[in-house]
Every structure is written in structure tokens, then in C-alpha cells.
Design a protein around this ligand. Structure first.
Ligand code: GLU
Length: 306
């Protein structure tokens, strides 16, 4: 049995090139070694879910030549499973309720540096519970003052001190929604994912996810974070940026092999941007080391629609 990877889109709109990029990397990683990619729809946050987006994303993946093992897993259908894990963490003394507002946390926490998230200052950690809560409390997990280190398949060795750089993080929000940070860990373990290939924007979430998996008595998967995709001018990929969605390319008559060819060159899966199918790429990458590219990938002008 080869590796099991997964692609985990949030159904908030059409598949953009950044999604196609991680999906292709994940698919080839598995298929070049006789494994398969699983698919998980990350629809935990109802207000952000766009109706019909899931079906469109799956169609666009299939159009690119990507498939997945088994049925897509939907996070919105797994509440009972997540609840059990929260209860287990509670029994282990690792969970506490917190009714701090965002503004209160920002006031107490040391000012975050550019691009870093606010570290929860621990206000409710050792609070006297008999005082009651001012609003519906979220649940936080107590992280140790401990460095978690891991070898990322693309980014090298990464270390993070959980207490200082992450802080006690939310596993269930005040409105009852389970947090991404909890669900992703439980799902990756339950779906027997061996290798998580995803975007470098999630690199700072990985240490806590590894720790949480271990706290739940599970073996975390291996991780590899592919570089980000940016607009042709190097700016952030945004909805209104020049970079089109996969569907827009398809509707403009661009062949899927051309899209895959450009992505493959950008990722380092191929030496040229020649049109190629994912299947051909997996065969070409079988049994050899992949020279993953480390820098952000600028969407090439050949994929910009005029
Ligand atoms: N659903 C997340 C996203 O679309 C991906 C999370 C993950 O791969 O761990 O950005």
C-alpha cells in the first residue's frame, strides 16, 4: 500500500489555481508511489459555505484529470465524532471554557508581529469556574510550554514553541462550531492519511496539529507544505486578481493538460511546461526524488485570460 494523501477544499467558491496546485501536488505524491488521494470537504463554517460550490470543485478536479479514493468526506456530517474527541480531551484535563472577546484578547496579548497570529494570553486558563461565564464560552485546549519539531518534506525542519508561539487554541467555538484545528487532526487520523501535502499558509498550524494528534493518542501524518501561488505581479492571489479560476480557463477553451503542464513546471514535478496529464506526471515521477520548488509560484501570463 502506497501513501494516502488528501485534498481538503473549503467549499467557498470555485476552484482557483492555488487549489489546483495543492491538489495536483497531493495527487502526484500519492500516485507516484502507488497510493491514492482522499477528498475531504471542509464545510464546518456554514456562513462561508457557498451552495453548489462543492459539486463545482469536484467537477473541476475531475476535468483536470484528478480523482480520489472513496467517497468525499464532509466535515459538516461528523459533529458527533468531533464531540467525542472534545470529551476525551476534557477527561484528560486538557480543555477549559473561555469567554474572552476578540478585543479583550488583543488588548492583553503582546502586539503580534506582522503576519503572526495573536497568542492567547491564557486569561481563562486558571480562572475560578464558579464565577460563571459572561457569554457562551468557546473551548480551548491547554498547550504545554514545549517545542514541537518536525521534518517538513519540502520546507525542512520546523520548530515551534506551543505556549509561546501558538497559545491555548480554540477547539470549539462559542456558537458550537468545531474548529478547523481540531477537525483536521481527527479527520487526517481517522481517514488514515499518511502524508499531508498542502499550502505553506498552513505551516504555522502544523506543530499544534502534531501535538494534538499525539495528545489524542494517535500518530500524526508526515507533512509537506508546497509554496504559495501568487498573482503574475507577485501580489496575493485574490478573487479579483488576474489569476482565473480553473472553471474560467475551461470555459475559455484552455485544455486541462496545458493547465497541469504549467502547474507541474511551477511545482518542480516537470522540467518544462509541456501539456501533460496528471497520470503521465505520476508515471514520470515514480521512483525518483522530486526537486520541489521552494519559492512562491507566480501564475504565468499564459494562464491569464484577457
Ligand atoms: N480547508 C483548508 C483550505 O482550503 C485546507 C486545510 C488543510 O489542508 O489542512 O485552505
Amino acid at each position: 500500500m502506497g501513501p494516502t494523501t488528501r485534498f481538503a477544499p473549503s467549499p467557498t467558491g470555485d476552484l482557483h489555481l492555488g487549489g489546483a496546485w495543492t491538489a495536483l501536488a497531493s495527487w502526484v505524491w500519492a500516485r507516484r508511489a502507488g497510493g491514492a488521494m482522499a477528498l475531504r470537504v471542509e464545510d464546518l463554517d456554514p456562513p462561508r459555505v457557498v451552495r453548489g460550490a462543492e459539486a463545482r470543485v469536484l467537477e473541476d478536479l475531475a476535468w483536470l484529470g484528478l480523482d480520489w479514493g472513496g467517497k468525499p468526506v464532509r466535515q459538516s456530517e461528523r459533529g458527533a465524532f468531533y464531540e467525542q474527541a472534545v470529551a476525551a480531551l476534557g477527561r484528560a484535563g486538557l480543555i477549559y471554557p473561555c469567554d474572552c472577546s476578540r478585543a479583550e484578547i488583543a488588548r492583553v496579548a503582546s502586539a503580534p508581529h506582522a503576519g503572526e497570529e495573536v497568542v492567547y494570553p491564557g486569561t481563562c486558563r486558571d480562572r475560578d469556574r464558579s464565577r460563571g461565564m459572561r457569554r457562551t464560552a468557546s473551548l480551548r485546549v491547554r498547550v504545554p510550554d514545549e517545542v514541537v519539531a518536525f521534518d517538513d518534506g519540502i520546507q525542512g525542519t520546523i520548530e515551534q514553541n506551543l505556549a509561546r508561539e501558538v497559545g491555548d487554541f480554540v477547539v470549539r467555538r462559542g456558537d458550537g462550531a468545531f474548529a478547523y484545528q481540531l477537525a483536521v487532526v481527527l479527520d487526517d487520523v481517522e481517514m488514515r492519511v499518511t502524508d499531508v501535502i498542502r499550502g505553506a499558509d498552513l505551516l504555522s498550524s502544523t506543530a499544534r496539529q502534531i501535538w494534538l494528534a499525539r495528545a489524542l493518542g494517535a500518530d500524526p501524518p508526515r507533512y509537506a507544505h508546497v509554496p504559495l501561488v501568487v498573482a503574475p505581479d507577485g501580489s496575493r492571489l485574490e478573487k479579483r486578481s488576474l489569476a482565473p479560476t480553473v472553471r474560467a480557463l475551461r470555459e475559455a477553451g484552455v485544455a486541462p493538460e496545458r493547465v497541469v503542464g504549467e502547474l507541474a513546471l511551477g511545482l518542480g514535478l516537470a522540467d518544462t511546461n509541456a501539456p501533460v496529464t496528471p497520470r503521465e506526471l505520476a508515471a514520470a515521477c515514480a521512483g525518483r526524488e522530486i526537486a520541489w520548488r521552494g519559492e512562491p509560484w507566480r501564475v504565468p501570463l499564459s494562464l491569464v485570460l484577457r
